[in-house]
Design a protein around this ligand. Structure first.
Ligand code: F0G
Length: 465
């Protein structure tokens, strides 16, 4: 048994083997299940109230207090202060949007958007990467790697570039990631391997490579990464004056975020820091809907850790047999083999959660509504808003309930999707979007072609008036 107040532990209740935080594993060496970072809270100075964290607002010159992740370091205390790697992540905002509230169908003031696109690399991934980078430094890693649909790679690349602590190699599916994200990995100087395959292929390769070459793996199978992602929920509570909302709605890809959120709430409940746990809604794109199929159609549940593994294995065996590949315009969540499936099932149990799938048409319409309300997001992020709307239509979310949608990535990550959408009109869809299966756009804001002539320009503006 490790002697530290933080340790790693297998999530499988029939195994529960523990490992020191100085060890590096991407799964339990004994049974292959996922690992958690766990804490002996009795040995740690845990605040009595979440409000105690507010004291750190006045000491923001300290980079650890400035970081929106490490400001809450007492709840992820696996590293000492001098080991922490931070680039100022987590300066994100929770903002009400009444135009989106109207679209979703909840009362004014009840729809809040958590803008994780405001992170240094433009997505929520920085919350996790600061924690994974910290652990990489603790164990003396010289090289780090990840597979990615684009945001994880951008995030890992920025941490490598900005800190100079390690070299970075990123594995991406060839032609599978949005240009904004690819440009980031290249610009931040990461070795960028375009694997001829999709994300699921790239992840399998990078796991094998890391195991063989002792390269530090930064995908969300890394339990330290998820510790950082818990902080998104701390900031949501902070934005609501430490009150839990009724719903957290989040897109589901590899299911790291939803898993981290569930763990955050379970721990805060255990520590008496919150009275009530919000409900969690995880939203798949219809073209990458493994969680939806397993949870809703096959009724697979966490079941205190005794998941129906035979059902899960059969599902993936059939997927392989039929060579079913994920396909969605929300490329960030184009994933058929979510590695955190079991942790996500656990989060759904903790948070009385639900799972839904939404079409690409609905995702892009929701994205346009988010954009028109300010800040904006990339397609995958808008799955949360499309999912909230669906749950409202189904009567699962009530108009009087307070709903937080997580906007996981910045609008500029995928300008092609945005410009393609707004260049379309009903019955005349942009070629690229059409070939990706988009059939309808409800809220295009088309660019207006006008001659280089003052009178004609004025006449266009008058017509708008
Ligand atoms: N939203 C965005 C913008 C993402 O980039 C991702 C995942 C998700 C949602 C899904 O989050 O995996 O925690 O369920 N992107 C990963 C990547 C897979 O490689 O950038 P999840």
């Amino acid at each position: 048994m490790p002697t530290n107040s933080a340790y790693q532990v297998c999530i499988n209740p029939t195994c529960r083997k523990t490992f020191d935080v100085q060890e590096v594993h991407s799964g339990c060496p004994a049974c292959g299940n996922l690992l958690d970072v766990a804490y002996d809270w009795n040995k740690l100075p845990v605040p009595k109230s979440l409000r105690d964290f507010e004291a750190r607002w006045s000491t923001q010159q300290n980079p650890l207090d400035y970081s929106g992740v490490w400001r809450f370091r007492d709840l992820l205390r696996f590293a000492s202060d001098d080991q922490i790697v931070t680039i100022g992540e987590g300066q994100t905002q929770l903002r009400p949007s009444n135009s989106v509230a109207k679209y979703v169908g909840v009362n004014d003031g009840n729809l809040l958007l958590q803008y994780e696109g405001l992170n240094p690399s433009g997505s929520f991934k920085d919350n996790g990467m600061t924690a994974a980078s910290t652990h990489a430094r603790m164990v003396g890693a010289k090289m780090t790697a990840c597979a990615s649909t684009g945001n994880t790679s951008a995030s890992l690349a920025i941490y490598g570039g900005a800190t100079g602590l390690f070299d970075v190699a990123v594995f991406v599916g060839s032609g599978k990631i949005a240009f904004g994200k690819l440009s980031q990995a290249l610009d931040y100087g990461a070795a960028t391997l375009q694997i001829q395959g999709d994300f699921d292929d790239a992840l399998k390769q990078v796991r094998d490579v890391c195991a063989r070459e002792k390269i530090y793996l930064c995908n969300s199978v890394n339990p330290f990464r998820l510790e950082g992602q818990k902080s998104i929920m701390y900031r949501v509570l902070e934005g609501l004056n430490w009150e839990a909302p009724d719903w957290i709605v989040v897109p589901g890809g590899n299911l790291g975020n939803s898993s981290a959120f569930g763990k955050a709430f379970a721990e805060m409940k255990e520590l008496g820091l919150i009275k009530r746990v919000p409900r969690l809604a995880v939203i798949n794109a219809a073209g990458a809907n493994t969680l939806h199929q397993l949870f809703n159609q096959q009724s697979v549940r966490w079941n205190d850790g005794h998941t129906d593994d035979a059902k899960i294995d059969t599902f993936f065996a059939e997927m392989d047999r039929d060579n079913r590949r994920a396909s969605t315009l929300a490329t960030a969540i184009e994933i058929n083999r979510p590695v955190n499936l079991k942790k996500c099932l656990r989060a759904l149990a903790v948070c009385d959660g639900v799972v839904r799938e939404v079409s690409d048409d609905d995702i892009l319409d929701a994205k346009a509504k988010v954009g028109a309300g300010g800040f904006g997001c990339e397609p995958a992020s808008a799955a949360s808003v499309a999912g909230a709307k669906l749950l409202r239509e189904q009567g699962i979310i009530a108009p009087s309930e307070r709903v937080v949608c997580i906007l996981t990535g910045h609008q500029l990550k995928d300008p092609n999707a945005t410009v393609g959408y707004h260049s379309s009109r009903p019955g005349e869809i942009d070629e690229k979007l059409k070939s990706a299966g988009i059939t309808e756009v409800k809220f295009p804001n088309r660019p207006i072609q006008v001659a280089n002539d003052l009178e004609k320009i004025l006449s266009v503006l008058r017509d708008l008036g």
